[in-house]
Design a protein around this ligand. Structure first.
Ligand SMILES: Nc1ncnc2c1ncn2[C@@H]1O[C@H](COP(=O)(O)OP(=O)(O)OP(=O)(O)O)[C@@H](O)[C@H]1O
Ligand SMILES: [Mg+2]
Length: 214
């Protein structure tokens, strides 16, 4: 089983939004997905509670169970899951650290603003400390529509510190409306641009985790 962790020690960058929509997109592509909410805030689990569909499975992992994360992931694998997606809190936390260490790939969402870019630094340092140099990627999220200089500058800035996932995700109402409806964007507006970007991001992530050239 592969594990994809959404992490950054900064709130509001899109960890939960991407965890939910990537979980749905991955399930649509044939993965058996479990999305686990490690954030005490519980946004991903609340999204899961709104859903009727069996797939992806969604569960919360409270602080009392975090110490068992490795064993829990191993048990999920024996149940037949092929992908775990872990959503973490937007602060430095034990859950975040364990989720980074468990990751096949850690995805760091960042908005294209100086403050968000600066805020990725402690997360990068932690990942380096854990020996994850080749197992993390940034994903630019909430970029202004169109080819903005802001997005390009941010991409160049992050590119100095690590790999940048493709594509960058644009700021689109579909993301907010989908989550509010208990859906992923690929369910909410299958033919929309947000859905297209998320499917492409899942394809990139899948390839990256398989270690093939991206
Ligand atoms: N691509 C996007 N387009 C439009 N809105 C977005 C996009 N990504 C995220 N958002 C919105 O930005 C806000 C923050 O997103 P989200 O809750 O996913 O961030 P987070 O990193 O999980 O935050 P926290 O650290 O508080 O858990 C939400 O209102 C969400 O709907
Ligand atoms: Mg969140």
């Amino acid at each position: 089983m592969r594990t994809l962790t959404l992490v950054t020690q900064k709130g509001g960058t899109g960890k939960t939004t991407l965890a939910a929509s990537l979980a749905v997109a991955a399930a649509e592509s044939g993965e058996r997905v479990i999305a686990l909410d490690l954030d005490p805030q519980g946004s991903l689990a609340a999204w899961g509670d709104m859903r009727d569909a069996d797939s992806p499975a969604v569960d919360r992992l409270g602080p009392d169970r975090l110490g068992d994360l490795t064993a829990i992931l191993a048990a999920l694998e024996t149940q037949g899951f092929t992908l775990a997606i872990l959503d973490t809190a937007g602060v430095a936390s034990t859950g975040g650290n364990l989720a980074m260490q468990a990751a096949t790939l850690a995805l760091i969402p960042a908005r294209p603003s100086r403050l968000d870019l600066q805020a990725t630094m402690p997360t990068i340092e932690t990942l380096m400390r854990f020996g994850m140099r080749d197992r993390f990627a940034f994903v630019l999220n909430q970029c202004p529509a169109g080819r903005s200089s802001r997005g390009i500058e941010a991409a160049n800035g992050l590119g100095m510190f690590g790999v940048l996932a493709k594509p960058a995700l644009t700021q689109r109402a579909d993301h907010q409306d989908a989550l509010a409806a208990g859906q992923g964007v690929t369910e909410f507006a299958r033919g929309g641009k947000a859905a297209e970007e998320v499917r492409a991001l899942w394809a990139w992530t899948d390839r990256k985790m398989k270690g093939t050239k991206t």
